[in-house]
Design a binder for this molecule. Structure first.
Ligand code: IPM
Ligand code: MN
Length: 364
């Protein structure tokens, strides 16, 4: 029995619909164990720009600070696309949240059930067993957060972004990769561009020493990022856990998402070292997909990614591994049993967002 205190940031587009579905599943999953959900819904993204002129209001940050985790929907949409780039919902809400809560590790499971291989653009014979890999992305360093400048050279406009890493930043993400590998196949691939970039040379040296000292049992391999992009499309299951710096991870995680079929199935956890009031990791949990403005408000979006993100929150921030697994199995049983939203229907009659959530709840 515990009180689970988290901030709910549904955001824009399909965010609120899939969030409702996920909260219903969480409620049902926790009821049996006597856990109590204590959450506050806060504005973020375009919704917050409309209500108070800022994508990340101070009141929302405050609510997150007073919580043990953040369950995030998605932000952005055509309505706010003409704002200056640094005021747009995606950049003005997500990046500061990552920085404020020092969420340096983004963990995205790349999971495709064998029953859903049709959803992948890869030929089914390349992935007969589906896909089961994990992408770990450094999230608060590198070129995203290094010094930026716009200036002039010989009278013409120029700009620069700086990619910088310190050894300790590399070690802490390597540690997340090592722990993840130990809990899986004890195999990890570090992805860099050490044939060109100094940050990658330091990355590779640091990672090598770190694994030798701390994870001698883990088989460590290396790959250049261009090759990794190709290998991921050729044979994704050659990886088990791979990890990389911020921007390489941004690109590779989207590639992984598309080969895993529907974005509507993929969840993610962003974690740091900040402990919550339970002594566990504070984290932000969000689906990999976007706001899908084309289907927003229609009640047909796939809520599974949001539901699975809530399961990750149960595991990492609340230590409720059994409930997390129960939710994950229920989603798997529903989808593999033929309950499908439109994005993964493939000839089956599509169900609504609510019907999908109900099917998951029935299988808990
Ligand atoms: C992601 C997104 C963000 C990123 C954007 C919205 C700033 O693409 O979470 O991968 O680039 O990190
Ligand atoms: Mn991205």
């Amino acid at each position: 029995m515990a009180t689970l205190k988290f901030a709910v940031l549904p955001g824009d587009g399909i965010g609120p619909e899939v969030m409702d579905a996920a909260l219903g599943v969480l409620q049902a999953a926790c009821r049996k164990d006597g856990d109590e959900l204590s959450y506050k819904i806060c504005d973020v993204g375009g919704a917050a720009i409309d209500s108070c002129g800022k994508a990340l209001p101070e009141s929302t940050v405050e609510q997150c600070r007073n919580s043990d985790a953040i369950l995030f929907g998605s932000v952005g949409g055509p309505k706010w696309e003409n704002l200056p780039p640094n005021e747009q919902p995606e950049r003005a809400a997500l990046l500061p949240l990552r920085k404020i809560f020092k969420l340096f590790a983004n963990i995205r499971p790349g999971l495709l059930y064998p029953q859903l291989t049709d959803a992948s653009p890869l030929k089914s014979e390349r992935i007969p067993e589906g896909i089961d890999i994990v992408c770990i992305r450094e999230l608060t360093g590198g070129i995203y957060f290094g010094e930026k400048k716009t200036f002039e050279i010989d009278g013409e406009p120029a700009a620069c972004d700086t990619m910088m890493y310190r050894k300790s930043e590399i070690e802490r993400i390597a540690d997340v990769a090592g722990k993840t590998a130990m809990a899986r196949g004890k195999k990890v691939c570090s992805i860099d561009k050490a044939n060109v970039l100094e940050t990658s040379v330091l990355w590779r040296k640091t990672v090598t020493e770190f694994f030798k000292k701390n994870y001698p049992e883990v088989e460590l391999s290396y790959m250049y990022v261009d090759n990794a992009a190709m290998q991921l499309a050729r044979n994704p299951n050659q990886f088990d856990v791979f990890f990389t710096e911020n921007m390489f991870g941004d690109i590779l995680s989207d590639e992984m998402a598309v080969i895993c079929g529907s974005l509507g199935m993929l969840c993610s956890a962003s974690l740091g070292d900040i402990k919550n009031s339970l002594g566990l990791k504070f984290g932000l949990y969000e689906p990999a997909g976007g706001t899908a403005p084309d289907i927003a408000g229609k009640g047909i979006a796939n809520p599974c990614a949001q539901i699975l993100s809530a399961a990750l929150m149960m595991r990492y921030s609340f230590g409720e591994d059994a409930i997390a697994t129960k939710i994950e199995n229920a989603v798997r049983n529903a989808v593999c049993g033929g309950i499908r939203t439109g994005d993964i229907a493939f000839g089956k009659t599509p169900v609504s967002t609510d019907e999908m959530a109900k099917a998951v709840i029935e299988r808990l």
